[in-house]
Design a protein around this ligand. Structure first.
Ligand SMILES: *[C@@H]1O[C@H](CO)[C@@H](O)[C@H](O)[C@H]1NC(C)=O
Ligand SMILES: *[C@@H]1O[C@H](CO)[C@@H](O)[C@H](O)[C@H]1NC(C)=O
Ligand SMILES: *[C@@H]1O[C@H](CO)[C@@H](O)[C@H](O)[C@H]1NC(C)=O
Length: 403
């Protein structure tokens, strides 16, 4: 995998921005720039052997496509099905958070081998990853998303296939993942392996920031009248409960990738119309709709990235080549930016430093659009698009950064 060549394609060249003035927009003179993140990661999710691609981030927020490395996860990837027999991809996993980073650890799903892998990140050289222990069995099929709690030192994975459900592991930076469960907490979605989607599948898993709840988002399937839901597993005495509290927020259709913006508030995407601000009751663990936002012209808004500094969540649509900015306070759209790289749409995205990184996989290459976020709301500006060629593919999924 190390022999892959890579090509940098920039719609807006770095030099142009470096020479042409500040890259943080009109306010940049008045706001101290945040420290850029140091590295970016995604998984190839290849059915022939999964790898995590690690790419250095430059001091101006751009990424160094000439210096990326790939690290075998010890597992294999897979892709869901869309309509009968059509292989899904991009968005092969129908999920957000298939790759996550916490502290000096990276976790990735291996959807085709029903395992998750854990890597140690070298803080001095964050594109250097070392596998910790063996890939761990997820006690289910087609794992698509992972959550980690620093307080609990626990990772939990959600399986989306015929054997679905949530399984948790204790995490040791030295020895890796140790199973905490004998079987998965079933969601009973009646899916196949690989699952048929994108509707009617698992979307995301994450802890509340206070680690008092573990939350799973599941999409409804409007053609079959199956409603989606939010499953909240209370955490008590350091244990994730076996039975969730399920809610069906009024007006939701196909809840997808989501970000916690506080211990009780969620900005969720909904592929059916745009976004929803949801509210978790920490006593009853029920989740209700707060603000429903319809995004004009959207086809399938599915991924979120939260910037606490700006107070916005940025969302992407697999069929629209743009990012929309949602205010965490109002839950409404405050700005939008069309990308100029000619791609059809974007999947997983993440905020690192003052930049948004947005993944757009296709058969020959994986593009990562880099958007400068400026100092406040409404300042998105395109820095450029960087391509990873050869070995990258339409199944590539997940995005994570090391700060
Ligand atoms: C899908 O595959 C199955 C099994 O190979 C086959 O029986 C079926 O006809 C296929 N359906 C379509 C629409 O191609
Ligand atoms: C879904 O619900 C509608 C309205 O109640 C009904 O007309 C339709 O037949 C249902 N579809 C399925 C597949 O059950
Ligand atoms: C962005 O693109 C959409 C069409 O996809 C168009 O309606 C809109 O006007 C564009 N916005 C800007 C600011 O160019």
């Amino acid at each position: 995998m190390r022999s892959f060549i890579s090509i940098a394609v920039t719609a807006f060249s770095l030099t142009q921005y470096a020479l042409g003035g500040p890259i943080n927009g009109p306010q940049s003179g008045r706001c101290p720039p945040g420290r850029p993140a140091k590295a970016l990661y995604f998984q190839t999710n290849l059915p022939t052997g999964n790898s995590v691609v690690a790419i250095p981030i430059l001091s101006n927020g751009g990424i160094h496509t000439g210096k990326w490395s790939a690290f075998a996860t010890g597992g294999i990837g897979s892709a869901g099905r869309e309509a009968e027999n059509a292989t899904a991809g991009p968005d092969a996993l129908f999920s957000q958070d298939s790759v996550i980073v916490q502290d000096n650890m990276l976790f990735t799903t291996n959807a085709g081998s029903n395992t998750i892998s854990m890597f140690r990140i070298d803080p001095r050289n964050p594109t250097c990853l070392t596998l910790v222990g063996e890939p761990a069995c997820t006690l289910g099929e087609f794992p698509v998303a992972i959550a980690y709690s620093r307080r609990l030192r626990m990772a939990c994975v959600v399986n989306a296939g015929a054997e679905d459900g949530v399984t948790c592991f204790s995490v040791s930076a030295r020895t890796g993942l140790k199973p905490l469960d004998k079987s998965a907490r079933k969601l009973n979605l009646g899916q196949s392996t690989p699952p048929l989607g994108p509707t009617g599948t698992v979307s995301d898993i994450f802890f509340t920031p206070d680690s008092k709840s573990l939350i799973v988002m599941v999409k409804g399937d409007p053609p079959t009248n199956v409603t989606g839901f939010v499953a909240v597993y209370p955490v008590q005495n350091g244990k994730v409960s076996s039975v969730p509290v399920k809610s069906n927020p009024t007006g939701s259709v196909a809840l997808f990738g989501s970000s916690m913006i506080s211990n009780t508030d969620i900005i969720a995407t909904d592929a059916g119309f745009g976004t929803m601000k949801l509210s978790l009751n920490p006593q009853t663990h029920e989740v209700v709709a707060d603000v429903k936002t319809t995004i004009d012209g959207q086809v399938a808004t599915c991924w979120t990235a939260f910037s606490p500094k700006i107070g916005s969540v940025f969302v992407t649509d697999i069929k629209m080549n743009r990012a929309q900015e949602i205010s965490t306070s109002s839950g409404k759209v405050v700005s939008a930016l069309n990308f100029t790289n000619g791609n059809g749409g974007n999947i997983d995205n993440i905020v690192g430093g003052d930049f948004l990184y947005s993944l757009s996989p296709s058969t020959g290459k994986v593009d990562i659009a880099v958007i400068s976020l400026g100092c406040g709301q409404g300042q998105m500006k395109e820095l450029g698009t960087f391509s990873i060629a050869n070995g990258a593919n339409q199944f590539s999924s997940g995005i994570a950064i090391y700060n």
